[in-house]
Design a protein around this ligand. Structure first.
Ligand SMILES: Cc1ncc(COP(=O)(O)O)c(C=O)c1O
Length: 447
């Protein structure tokens, strides 16, 4: 349910974005929802983008927009980074894919292993969804077990094994001590629900009980170490270590979904930050610097199941897997992500978070900001956000009005309040962001 303010904002948006509206109408004739990606749809319609450079983008109506979303956290170096453009060009003129491997695959694999040592052996994919899907497949084959445990509110991409309880209503979610397996849609079959154990994030006691009850049948726990789509919710002190210990003790594999956190929240991702060594890791988003690239990897004995010469192997092919253009972009990205860059990102994010807290406190607007590395989320609630359910209890009307108000003021964040910093941002860009937040609070006063 939206408010009068929401309706006013939507009308202002429509008045300002006529070309995007036209593009949306035309696109709807051929594409359900007007594009190929559910997450980028929002009311009244998304902006269609003409170009981007650094941390600024331009839509087809000609507005310049400060990009605090970076293709949903994927572009830590921003748009059209000169080194990425150069690297990609140098590959494109030499061919874009072959019926044979290139050396880039081994070079990037080794560079990833140097940063994330638990990835002893790796394979590349075209997306994060494939990376999580193949990690689960590998865990099931390795253990011979059919069940997977995942966290309520966690999104692991478009693969049916994890499309359970990603965004359940609080009414359907079931008791706290035993969350229901709620299908993400009509395509999820009952056998998937039966084989998915839903865990509450940051609740050690309940996780312990549910994992113990299902230990004989569980292949793996898949976890986003920082619960992303539910609102960048960091783990409580010791929670990741607990998952490491309980999985090891019960012969359950631990899969870290680092599609968002990998190379984002620190040089070695969440596993470096929380000092836990998962059995398998899925990567995506940032790793391709804007090009389609994902990866999964981990223990050598698990990954050896993909050896083509093995009689009882897991088949894994893909015509564009490990395409050299994406690999070149990934390699250049890792070279560019220096410790100095991480230090600057972290300092700027702290300034943003402090700025947001100050504004909302001065204006007496109930809000909590969650943060990890260069990622942050604004939650309109007075409650501490520690898991999916606490995030779901926030004021969604305010959230929408904040998002659309910011966009009208020339700043892009996600409708769910997600924002992130990229390396081309200057302190001046951070000041502009803070100023636009101040201007947008007017939309948070009235309902
Ligand atoms: C944590 C997480 N895992 C997996 C995925 C799927 O990645 P992709 O969109 O590249 O398929 C996403 C995408 O948003 C994600 O946030």
């Amino acid at each position: 349910m939206l408010s009068d303010t929401s309706e006013t904002l939507k009308q202002l948006f429509k008045d300002r974005n006529k070309r995007s509206h036209n593009a949306f109408k035309k696109a709807q004739n051929i594409l359900p929802g007007g594009s190929t990606r559910e997450i980028i749809f929002h009311q009244p319609y998304p902006l269609y983008i003409r170009k981007g450079k650094g941390c600024w983008i331009q839509d087809i109506d000609g507005h310049r927009i400060l990009d605090f979303l970076n293709n949903y956290t994927s572009l830590i170096l921003g748009h059209a980074h000169p080194k990425i453009v150069e690297a990609v060009k140098s590959q494109i003129i030499n061919g874009t894919s072959f019926s044979a491997p290139t050396e880039h695959e081994q070079i990037l694999g080794t560079a990833i292993n140097e940063r994330i040592p638990s990835i002893e052996s790796i394979r590349f994919t075209n997306s994060g969804s494939e990376a999580t899907s193949l990690s689960i497949l590998a865990a099931k084959a390795f253990t011979g077990n059919k069940k997977i445990a995942k966290f309520e509110g966690a999104h692991h991409g478009t693969n049916e094994n994890t499309m359970v309880s990603t965004n359940p209503s609080l009414k359907d979610a079931g008791p706290k001590e035993k969350p229901n397996s709620v299908p993400d849609g009509p395509h999820i079959q009952p056998n998937i629900l039966e084989n998915t154990v839903i865990l509450p994030f940051n609740n050690q006691r309940t996780c312990e009980k549910l994992l113990y009850q299902n230990r004989e049948e569980l292949a793996a726990i898949i976890v986003e170490p920082v619960l992303g789509s539910a609102g960048i919710i960091p783990p409580k002190e010791g929670f990741m270590q607990f998952l490491g210990e309980i999985t090891e003790k019960n012969n359950i594999l631990l899969i870290f979904d680092e599609v968002v956190t990998g190379f984002r929240i620190s040089r070695g991702g969440a596993q470096e930050k929380y000092r836990v060594k998962p059995d398998l890791t899925a990567l995506g988003k940032n790793i391709g610097a804007g090009f389609p690239l994902g990866a999964f990897g981990g223990r050598k004995d698990i990954m050896a199941q993909f050896e083509p010469t093995r009689e009882n192997r897991i088949h894994h092919s893909g015509s564009l897997n490990a395409n050299p253009v994406s690999l070149k972009a990934g390699l250049t990205l890792l070279e560019e992500l220096t410790n100095e860059n991480y230090r600057k990102l972290s300092e700027q994010t702290s300034n943003v978070v402090r700025g947001l807290e100050k504004i909302f406190s001065e204006q007496r607007i109930d809000a909590k900001i969650t943060q990890s590395g260069s990622l942050f989320v604004v939650h309109f609630t007075s409650e501490k956000v520690i898991d999916y359910r606490s995030a779901m209890r926030e004021d969604t009307v305010r959230k929408f009005n904040f998002f659309l108000g910011m966009l009208l003021n020339g700043v892009m964040i996600a409708p769910r309040g997600l924002g992130c910093i990229s390396t081309p941002m200057s302190n001046r860009d951070i000041d502009i962001f803070i100023q636009k937040v101040v201007e947008s609070t007017i939309y948070l006063k009235e309902r």
